[in-house]
Design a protein around this ligand. Sequence first.
Ligand code: R5P
Length: 311
Amino acid sequence: MKIIAGNSNLPLARAIAGYLELPLTDASVRRFADEEVFVEIHENVRGEDVFVVQSTSYPTNDNLMELLIITDALRRASAKRITAVMPYFGYARQDRKPLPRTPISAKLVANLITTAGADRVLAVDLHAGQIQGFFDIPTDNLFAAPTMAADILARNGGGELMVVSPDVGGVVRARALAKRLNNAPLAIVDKRRDKPGQSEVMNIIGDVKGRTCIMIDDIIDSGGTLCNAAQALMDAGAASVTAYISHGVLSGAAVERVTNSALKELVITDSILPTDATRDSDRIRILSIAPLIGEAMRRIADESSVSSLFD
Ligand code: R5P
């Protein structure tokens, strides 16, 4: 098996390669003067089982283009099988038509990756599980929950934990984490706007008084969802609120918003390369999912079970 990295998250690609005790394949992924992406693979890959590690995070379109062009280069170099390893799958939130005459960009991106020549996809905490069905090639969706649960249990031994979903859409994800935390109770933040023009009201379903709340979500982008939910939980009497989020998109002033929020701590994974501001924040901690992704890659290469990683 061979591992090739795009430029989106080289530290993660190196950590995965370290876990697998393999070198990264010698390749250059660079730009021409006009910013076109150019890829050159400096090793023979004919007949190889190749994994391309590339998150389609910011700058999303550049990173997506790198993934497509690396895949095309591998296909034309006769790689036996190409797996697109996407720790973060950008465009995933555009998975349906919210309004008339809008695109389903997640499906378009899935088509692009398949057309470029990928034979498989390996992703982590897809925004919606159904996105697997947008690909007509085998797609594994890994979960960061076991890594998060181990960290939560190590830090909150006997605490009165309560798992909280910051919106109604995240209940399945929250329930899965609660199960791993010795069946901790569940609460839900229900955001409602009764009439257009009125401000949103946060209702908490569940009694969070005195509880150590663990909020879970797939993405933190602007930080609005999470910081507002954290404030609502503290107002309802929670002892503390810590958030565990798979993908730290953290656009714009998100790090500042988190720093000034009611959150005790934000824990994200390294699916997206952290910015300096994220790395420097004493309110944000990063858990590595390199071992999880590396182990899944090993199992794909060995043709053994990936789902048993989550038993
Ligand atoms: C939405 O469905 C997602 O699960 C996240 O809750 C959302 O993307 C977070 O975005 P923001 O941080 O901008 O509120």
